[in-house]
Design a protein around this ligand. Structure first.
Ligand SMILES: [Zn+2]
Length: 375
């Protein structure tokens, strides 16, 4: 079955390579990479998993009432693909549909804020009992009265959206050049994405000193997409990035748009002047961000002293794929080589008891975060 849209064709989320998906538009609408309006201002995204004859009618009711995005699927594989597309606010599932438990389980894993509303036909006690054990948020019996059902569904979806707005982390990783962020913290960005966070990558220059700009930009987009992040590009001059003025303004603009809960940036202990400049500019531009960390880049010196370690043991493959996107650099024997990246992660892992880790230096870290999204 296909997606049902509001008659005006207006989707709740827009923009980004995976609008509503891992790189979607609104900060809380859509996927992990939006930025902007509070979640409660946006219409809900609802996925219906139901193979019964009236499923499309139910989807239409939900789609007509609000300018939300409603999709209806009857097949397990298609529903699982849908779940991976974006952060859904509500999953309406008919427990009698083949694979319903798999869809609910996957929704719990990938859409941790999504509410689950079970829509049952008949009152088979065994099925009701099994459904309740799924820890659903609501239960309705078919046939249901349209207005009451739609009202209940939208209330659940709205609550889920609001909870996400309060709890979802918004992550901004800043790099002076294409590939800095992937090498330094590609593992933790993949982890943020897997945990449902919004991830944005800001690259301040186009890396003209490192090769053909067009190729490097294409590689940067590919790498960001592999990490589930949305890429933003500045156009500062490679090797001449200032530590104030335009650099602070560029970073401040993104900070103002995304309102990140977490910022990752270069460390001051670095032999590259651009990296040091970005560190200084970030501290100025992100002075209101609750959590700010410095990462270890390829040119960080031995003076870099981490005091926070992120377990990336399950995300090394994702990191290596993202770094491999920069194949034009041809530096496979050096800093981009998988052996070098894995050895570095294994080295830092031992300080924290992890198999593989990325190290950070804490500039500022609040215990309770993120902050609620301002209304
Ligand atoms: Zn760099």
């Amino acid at each position: 079955m296909s997606a049902v849209r509001h008659p005006e064709g207006v989707a709740a989320n827009s923009g980004g390579p995976n609008a509503g998906g891992p790189n979607g538009g609104g900060p809380n609408g859509g996927g992990p990479n939006g930025g902007g309006k509070p979640a409660s201002d946006l219409s809900p995204d609802i996925l219906l998993f139901d193979s019964s004859a009236g499923a499309m009618d139910i989807a239409r009711w939900l789609g007509e009432r609000e300018r939300g995005r409603v999709a209806c699927e009857a097949e397990l594989e298609a529903a699982l693909r849908r779940l991976a597309e974006r952060q859904w606010d509500l999953l309406v599932v008919d427990p009698a549909t083949q694979g319903a438990i798999d869809v609910v389980t996957q929704a719990r894993r990938r859409n941790r804020w999504a509410a689950v509303l079970a829509a049952l036909a008949g009152g088979n006690p065994d099925l009701v009992q099994r459904t309740v054990e799924w820890r659903i948020d609501g239960l309705v019996f078919k046939p249901f009265e349209r207005a009451a059902f739609v009202s209940q569904a939208l209330t659940l979806a709205q609550r889920s959206r609001e909870r996400r707005g309060l709890e979802q982390r918004r992550v901004l990783a800043i790099g002076a050049h294409p590939d800095d962020v992937e090498i330094a913290c590609g593992g933790m960005l993949a982890r943020h994405t897997a945990e449902g966070d919004l991830v944005r990558i800001l690259v301040l220059s186009r890396g003209a000193m490192g090769g053909d700009v067009n190729i490097r930009l294409r590689e940067a987009h590919e790498a960001a997409e592999l990490l589930g992040g949305r890429l933003e590009l500045g156009d500062l001059q490679d090797s001449r990035i200032p530590d104030s003025g335009a650099t602070v303004a560029l970073i401040a603009r993104t900070v103002g748009d995304l309102r990140p809960t977490h910022v990752y940036t270069h460390a001051l202990e670095d032999t590259h002047q651009d990296h040091r400049a970005v560190h200084i500019a970030t501290l100025a531009a992100a002075n209101g961000v609750p959590n700010v960390y410095c990462y270890q880049s390829a040119s960080t010196t031995v003076d870099f002293t981490p005091n926070y370690y992120v377990d990336i043991s399950a995300y090394m493959e994702a990191k290596l794929h993202a770094v491999a996107a920069y194949c034009s650099e041809g530096d496979r024997a050096g800093r981009l080589h998988p052996d070098s990246i894995k050895a570095t992660a294994a080295y830092w892992g031992r300080f924290a008891g992890y198999k593989l880790a990325e190290p950070l230096r804490i500039i500022r870290q609040r215990r309770f975060s993120p902050e609620p999204t301002p209304g």
